[in-house]
Design a binder for this molecule. Structure first.
Ligand code: SF4
Length: 327
């Protein structure tokens, strides 16, 4: 599969006076054509800021991309003008956010909100855009499409609104869809329907998906490749089956252990002890050392690099450093 997007050494920081938060720290990844890459981790691990950096939504003076390159079909997105980026966003890259209610304009009818990008980016006439909007509403599985087009967001349920967000996102047949926790606010049956829909659109158009989630059930259903982030850094990545069958990093192991297992009685669900470290208090240590049951002396003073530990699997953990293991 050909690379669609390649991120090299991306670092995005937020600055408040003398405080500096490394929200994304030296992250490199790629998404290939037709592939679903899931980025997983707890809140505050840098998943959403990675997505915002790709979309050009990190605003100065608070936030700043301080290093790195984001190549999309050969173009470095960080070198594009605001206009070029806006055009790319409306046509080739789309994003779905977690909270549809806060992404949609409450005073505009649903139809108008779907029509707007069709008129601006695809230059459709008002009449054609309206027809296409109704088609898109039907395509995302909502009946009475014309009536829904004339409704306001507050008249629809959370699941319907998320479908509308998907309709807007796929209206331009994007090559890459970034979905940031698209099912978190929904109940499980609607969640399953939304994921099915994303899979269907992906298969129909060979679209790539970057899916951000903290839910390993969603990862298992959707991912081809998984990236695990912790405190702004990638700590493990790999092909989904390998990562689920043989997670190497203690953080990934903890995440998988925290997942409930069907048909297995558990009196208490496991949770990783402790908290994600305060981003203002990060040191040169492995950021996970306070929570890791395998922590060694070296982990407290030196951070391990992400290295290949098996075919199509990389991890950043001293446990897999040969010299250390053989010492
Ligand atoms: Fe645990 Fe050390 Fe590996 Fe960090 S480097 S995850 S502290 S064993």
């Amino acid at each position: 599969m050909k690379d669609l997007m390649k991120i090299d050494h991306l670092s995005t920081y937020f600055v408040n006076g003398t405080d500096q938060v490394k929200a994304v720290d030296d992250v490199s990844l790629r998404v290939r054509e037709g592939e679903t890459v899931c980025i997983v981790g707890e809140s505050g691990c840098g998943k959403s800021v990675t997505a915002m950096s790709i979309m050009g939504l990190v605003e100065e003076p608070g936030g700043k991309i301080v290093n790195g390159e984001i190549h999309f079909e050969g173009r470095d997105l960080l070198q594009l003008s605001k206009n070029e980026l806006r055009t790319l966003r409306g046509n080739e890259i789309s994003m779905i956010f977690q909270e549809p209610m806060s992404s949609l304009n409450p005073v505009l009818k649903i139809g108008q909100q779907i029509m707007e990008p069709l008129i601006v980016h695809q230059k459709l006439s008002k009449k054609d855009a309206r027809n296409r909007a109704i088609e898109l509403i039907e395509q995302v599985g909502i009946s009475r499409a014309a009536q829904i087009a004339d409704s306001y967001p507050h008249e629809l349920s959370g699941g319907m609104l998320q479908r509308i967000m998907i309709a807007i996102a796929i209206s331009s047949s994007p090559k890459l869809l970034i979905a940031d926790e698209p099912t978190t606010a929904l109940d499980v049956t609607i969640q399953a329907q939304i994921l099915d829909m994303l899979r269907k659109f992906k298969e129909q158009s060979n679209m790539s998906i970057m899916l951000i989630t903290h839910d390993l059930g969603v990862v298992a259903e959707m991912a081809d490749y998984v990236i695990v982030m912790y405190a702004g850094k990638i700590v493990e990545e790999g092909e989904v089956v390998k990562l689920f069958q043989n997670p190497k990093h203690p953080y990934t192991q903890g995440l998988l252990k925290s997942k409930p297992v069907i048909n297995q009685r558990q009196d208490e669900l496991y949770s990783i002890p402790g908290q994600v470290p305060n981003p203002l208090e990060l040191t040169e240590s492995c950021y996970f050392h306070d929570r890791c049951e395998h922590c060694m002396d070296i982990c407290r003073t030196k951070r391990p690099e992400l290295k290949e530990v098996a075919e199509q699997q990389k991890t950043a953990c001293w446990l897999y450093e040969e010299a250390l293991v053989n010492a």
